[in-house]
Design a protein around this ligand. Structure first.
Ligand code: GLY
Length: 373
């Protein structure tokens, strides 16, 4: 089947399924699907932006008013958590980019712009100038000290800051984004192109203390979703700044990722596992990396450009052909995601971020170029 054929076929099926699941999921915040049905989270959970973001991807193509209304309702529900300060961490980028920034870019809503700028200010407020990093999390348990924690996922939150600088003309947002990205290039990206999930700094002196395993097997393994966040996030940082070191780092991580893919092009949850450890796939890592590779392909020339483009397509095509279920009542689009292997949470489930990036990737292959990020 030609690329155009399978992409159109997949898109049609996605549209049909979302028409159904938009009625059962509604204006809510799904995370992982269990026994065919999405488990909903509170709006302050980091995944809150993906369902409305997916709805905006659909709306851009169909102009279906009921889809638009659901995405807007989700965005309005996020207002309730903006003041719940303690519950918000660095994932404000994921949350408000795919709701308010997406709506602003598509429809020019001034309310959305205001919401996204407030979120950008809150995100900027998490910057630790001693160590030049954006603090990831708040304490999750009484007395826990997360003040020195930075994680690779934050690379995807930085787009909100670049957008805020572009919209306001105020360079502070992008300057903080760049400082965080520099820290990631220096402290997270390893010589072989793998990345750490977590690096802990001394929040007073700014010195690096240690790398930590986080959602990967260990500090020196290679959590595939973290590597995927790095490919896309570093490429986006290059997109916004033109800074070559981000492009070089993105390429290095992309080569590591591509060279560790199994035969069906969809990654195991971690690329560097010792013998005896289970290695379920993480389809979400594949979808995220595919979107990153498609953008990366546009930033480089031959011979790398066709390689990245082909790999992005191959991952998406394999997800479509081998990781979907169009016949049952399953709500998820992409099967076999791994949310958190070390905590044994949602292994072999559809995950809403896998679904979102699958749809974003298809939209890109269909020719929609404007990024929500
Ligand atoms: N940002 C958390 C994750 O990727 O699971």
């Amino acid at each position: 089947m030609s690329e155009q054929q399978w992409v159109n076929e997949a898109w049609e099926k996605v549209m049909k399924k979302i028409e159904r699941t938009s009625k059962s999921i509604g204006a809510n915040f799904p995370h992982a699907s269990e026994n065919g049905k999405y488990v909903l989270e509170e709006p302050y959970w980091w995944t809150a932006g993906f369902w409305p973001g997916l709805l905006w991807q659909v709306y851009r193509d169909t102009k279906d008013e009921s889809i638009k209304q659901l995405a807007e309702e989700c965005e309005e529900k996020l207002d309730s958590v903006r003041n719940a300060f303690y519950k918000l961490d660095h994932d404000m980028g994921f949350m408000w980019t795919l709701t308010s920034v997406a709506r602003f870019k598509l429809l020019g809503s001034e309310d959305s712009k205001r919401r996204a700028l407030i979120a950008a200010n809150l995100l900027m407020g998490r910057f630790n100038a001693n160590g030049s990093f954006i603090r990831a999390w708040n304490p999750w348990t009484e007395g826990e000290d997360n003040s020195g924690i930075a994680i690779i996922d934050c690379m995807m939150n930085l787009s909100l800051l670049y957008w805020a600088s572009e919209e306001t003309g105020d360079p502070r947002y992008k300057s903080i984004a760049r400082k965080h990205a520099d820290t990631v290039v220096n402290e997270f990206v390893r010589d072989d192109g793998a990345v750490h999930h977590i690096v802990r700094f001394n929040p007073e002196s700014g010195e690096r203390v240690e790398a930590m395993g986080g959602q990967g097997y260990g500090p020196d393994s290679a959590w595939s979703r973290g590597n995927a966040w790095a490919i896309y996030g570093l490429t986006l940082n290059y997109h916004y700044t033109g800074e070559v070191k981000y492009l070089e780092a993105a390429k290095k991580v992309a080569h590591f990722f591509i060279s560790h893919l199994p035969e069906d092009f969809v990654p195991d949850w971690d690329f560097l596992l010792p013998k005896g450890v289970d290695f379920p796939r993480d389809s979400s890592a594949g979808a995220i990396a595919a979107c990153g590779l498609l953008l990366l392909a546009e930033k480089v020339s031959v011979p790398e450009s066709p390689l990245y483009r082909r790999m992005g397509e191959k991952i998406l095509q394999s997800l479509y052909e081998n990781y979907t279920d169009w016949d049952s009542m399953e709500e998820g689009l992409i099967l076999h995601g791994t949310s958190h292997f070390p905590e044994q949470k949602y292994i072999d489930n559809p995950l809403i971020y896998g679904d979102y990036f699958f749809v974003e990737g298809l939209a890109r292959l269909k020719g929609y170029q404007e990024l929500f990020w």
